[in-house]
Design a binder for this molecule. Structure first.
Ligand code: H79
Length: 413
């Protein structure tokens, strides 16, 4: 069990892809706009099932290029890809036999996007994973819809007819998967949640299950959307996050996070022991928004030079002082200091380790390291940064220490 989680724990960074019929509306229906996450438009604007499902006849994203998307994933330094096989709207973005309401049988596009992505993932060494909305289904009459009462609904019938067969299809039609990303378990019973987990275990024992299977039955904790734990959490966790203010493509959304902010989030999450699952939302033609491509390009550049300070790192115990200039990550015998501010030097106060040497990770340049020349902190060190520092959002210093584990001592008087 522990072994099956190693790839995921070391990966740190994954790509989420939200893509479905909702991209045709891009946040607007019959002149009405939604400010909410755009993949919720069917629910939020009360679009009747018959009207929404008619979108399928218009779905023809001729620019969709799985190879290009997976190259973007690889070039950003992301190690796994989670694709929305079925979101709450109930539409399958893969070739499903269990329901004709799918991308191959119900659209002029007629291609299995999931298969194309899986094949591209195999080419580039990326783990393919599927998102599947197991409780909410706004197309099937017996699925959950938000928190609406289930009176008169036969949830079991939905599970038997659609949900279980579809998850089985995903687990058998696409080869080995990294994980199944369940979402919003709503009021599902522990027994039903357990059955959804066991479905995965039986078909693919090495495939992980996200925290949102419900009742704490996942292989790791999934935080709230865009929520980052404050401290090292002590257990495996993943933060699903958007680059702007929506998961599914929205033409009006301008809430873009800067590349600096995204990189800071990645390092922050990794420093606290988690994974960052960052979303892109391709549009109705299958194109990834230019703003997203640009931002991911900046992160990719950082990762190419500094990936060692991210992948397979472990969190460091909390630093005993309140700093806002950066974060720490670690590997056995190595402390990585992520410096986001312009500073001439970095102090390591109350360090529990003996540093051997310090160097700039991006080019290997040695950095001057001195024991701090004051009497109040014996175990404190100062590292000098050169003036001709390469311009980076996050300057990473590697400090090699004599001990395996990185420690900071508590503050004493
Ligand atoms: O797939 C993405 C979201 O669609 C999904 N999880 C991520 C990964 C998600 N499902 N539910 N939620 C997120 C919480 C939804 C909250 C809201 Fe709403 C939906 C706020 C606005 C629209 C429901 C309707 C609550 C208020 C109005």
């Amino acid at each position: 069990m522990e072994d099956m989680k190693k790839w995921w724990r070391d990966a740190k960074f994954g790509m989420f892809i939200h893509w479905g019929l909702y991209v045709l509306l891009a946040g607007e229906y019959k002149g009405q706009k939604t400010d909410n996450i755009a993949e919720w438009i069917m629910h939020d604007l009360d679009i009747p099932v018959e009207e929404y499902q008619a979108l399928a006849a218009r779905f023809n994203p001729v620019h969709f290029d799985a190879d290009k998307i997976v190259r973007l994933c690889r070039d950003t330094g992301m190690k796994y890809l989670v694709f929305t096989a079925k979101h709450h709207d109930g539409f399958a973005m893969y070739h499903s036999k269990a329901s004709g309401y799918n991308i191959v049988d119900a659209t002029p596009f007629g291609r299995d996007a999931a298969m194309e992505l899986k094949e591209a993932c195999d080419r580039y060494g990326i783990r393919m994973c599927f998102y599947y909305s197991q409780a909410q289904d706004w197309h099937h009459p017996d699925g959950f819809e938000d928190a609406k009462p289930m009176d008169g609904k036969d949830f079991r019938r939905y599970l038997d007819e659609k949900c279980v067969p579809q998850v089985k299809e995903l687990l058998t039609q696409y080869g080995p998967l990294g994980l199944i990303w369940y979402d919003t378990p709503m009021d599902m019973s522990r027994e039903d949640c357990l059955a959804m987990r066991n479905l995965v275990r039986e078909a693919q024992p090495d495939c992980l299950v996200s925290g949102r299977v419900g009742h704490g039955l996942g292989d790791y904790m999934t935080t709230g959307d865009n929520f980052i734990p404050l401290l090292p959490y002590g257990k495996d966790f993943e933060v699903p996050a958007t680059i702007n203010g929506t998961w599914g493509y929205s033409s009006g959304d301008t809430r873009w996070k800067s590349p600096e902010k995204l990189l800071r989030n990645l390092v922050k999450i990794v420093s606290r022991g988690g994974n960052y699952l960052l979303n892109i939302g391709p549009d109705a033609l299958g194109d990834v928004p230019e703003k997203s491509v640009e931002a991911l390009g900046v992160i990719g550049e950082f990762m190419r030079l500094n990936g060692e300070s991210i992948y397979a790192t472990r969190p460091v115990p909390p630093y005993p002082y309140d700093i806002d200039w950066g974060y720490f990550t670690a590997k056995p015998g190595k402390l990585y200091i992520h410096v986001f501010d312009d500073m001439p030097d970095v102090y390591l106060i109350n360090m529990g380790n003996v540093p051997r040497r310090a160097y700039l990770l991006c080019d290997g340049r040695p950095l001057e390291l001195r024991q701090r020349e004051t009497c109040e902190h014996v175990h404190s060190w100062r590292i000098f940064l050169p003036e001709d520092l390469p311009r980076q959002i996050d300057t990473v210093i590697c400090v090699e220490v004599e001990e395996q584990d990185i420690r900071f001592e508590e503050i004493t008087d």
